[in-house]
Design a protein around this ligand. Structure first.
Ligand code: COA
Length: 334
């Protein structure tokens, strides 16, 4: 009997209205639009003024449900990838479950930073593949503005707020859905990208706040070197080990941290730039949301079509990184 595959059958997303442009940042820190665009590819990002990550996530799930034409009580499970949960507990998955009225669903959060969506996607896929559930919602949502220090020019230019969600269901096409994955982590990267304040290591205190330990810290140059290699390695490996060439890949869906990292990954895979999903210019790095946000926009624009072959790739704090190979099965839109 062929293996039961999990497939994405619908995608939804939400981006807040408020735009923080490079010109706005020029007024806040010592930077220029030119520096930001040439070093990162970012022109603007979105900021959630009121509300928290669960509000971002719930909006994406509502959008997803309306596109699939099902009700919230038809969801079996909600998995949320985030590094900006509303609070340590309860999980953001519980809060989204309540907000959307998914009365029959259970769920939990996954912490894998910028690789969070891929880690959560493969976790959800297991429950579909083993026949436990029929409808698993995987959310990538982050309110990065809540942990960004807007006096630190090295990092405040990079991040934005957004969410996106996918619905996983058993594939009715035996060649469709998620085909393969490579997921990795290396905790020795902790010192280069972290948020040390507020956890059990450094519980919240006046001192942790005074030292800015509740903000994201990144040694960008060190992370950049490892990210370029990590993302390119797993993207090339997943293509090769499935007997494919770059020519047979329709879309690379990369985590949007830096345009130069994305370009290097595409080049290593032998992909034309026209086959790479890029929206970092509009949203910056929205951490767990970047990959499903691309899927949602490209699907709604009618550019992501049934039967196409996709490689999803990410690199983030941990370090964590990985790639997923899939064939798109959701009905065409746009
Ligand atoms: N505006 C102007 N100058 C800036 C600046 C800004 N916003 N931020 C930093 N600079 C300065 C630096 O201070 C440095 O000056 P110096 O040489 O006098 O010290 C100079 O620009 C170059 O900085 P550098 O860190 O070498 O830039 P970079 O080319 O490495 O780009 C990042 C910085 C953060 C954009 C890049 O390192 C990056 O994208 N890192 C990885 C991000 C990532 O993938 N994270 C993982 C997932 S979240």
């Amino acid at each position: 009997m062929p293996k039961r595959r999990a497939a994405i059958t619908a995608v939804g997303h939400f981006v807040p209205e408020t735009i923080l442009s490079n010109a706005d940042l020029e007024k806040m820190v010592d930077t220029t639009d030119e520096w930001i665009r040439t070093r990162t590819g970012i022109s603007e990002r979105r900021i959630l003024k009121d509300g928290a990550t669960s509000d971002l996530g719930a909006a994406a799930v509502r959008d997803l449900l309306s596109k699939r034409g099902i009700g919230p009580d038809e969801i079996d499970m909600i998995i949320v990838a985030t590094v900006t949960p509303d609070m340590f507990f309860p999980s953001t998955a519980c809060l989204i479950q309540e907000k959307v009225g998914a009365k029959k669903a259970w769920g939990f959060d996954v912490s894998a930073a910028c690789s969070g969506f891929l880690f959560a996607l493969m976790t959800g896929a297991q429950f579909i593949e083993n026949g436990s559930y029929k409808r698993v919602v995987v959310v990538g949502a982050d309110k990065m503005s809540s942990i960004t220090d807007y006096t630190d020019r090295n990092n405040c230019i990079l991040f934005g707020d957004a969410s996106a969600a996918v619905l996983l269901e058993p594939s009715d096409d035996e060649n469709g859905g998620i085909i393969d994955h490579i997921l990795r982590c290396d905790g020795s990267g902790e010192r280069y990208l972290n948020m040390r304040g507020g956890g059990s290591l450094n519980p919240a205190s006046h001192e942790t706040v005074d030292k800015g330990m509740h903000y994201l810290f990144q040694d960008g140059k060190s992370v950049f070197k490892v990210a370029v290699k990590g993302m390119a390695d797993v993207s090339a490996e997943i293509v090769e080990r499935n007997g494919l060439t770059g020519a047979q890949v329709d879309w690379l869906v990369p985590h949007q941290a830096n345009l130069r990292i994305i370009d290097a990954t595409a080049e290593r895979m032998g992909l034309e730039p026209s086959k790479v999903m890029i929206n970092i210019n509009k949203y910056g790095n929205t951490t767990a949301a970047t990959i499903p946000l691309c899927l949602s926009e490209w699907w709604m624009d009618g550019k992501l079509r049934k039967g196409q072959t996709l490689v999803l790739a990410a690199f983030g704090a941990g370090y964590t990184w990985g790639s997923v190979l899939m064939r798109w099965t959701a009905g065409n839109r746009g």
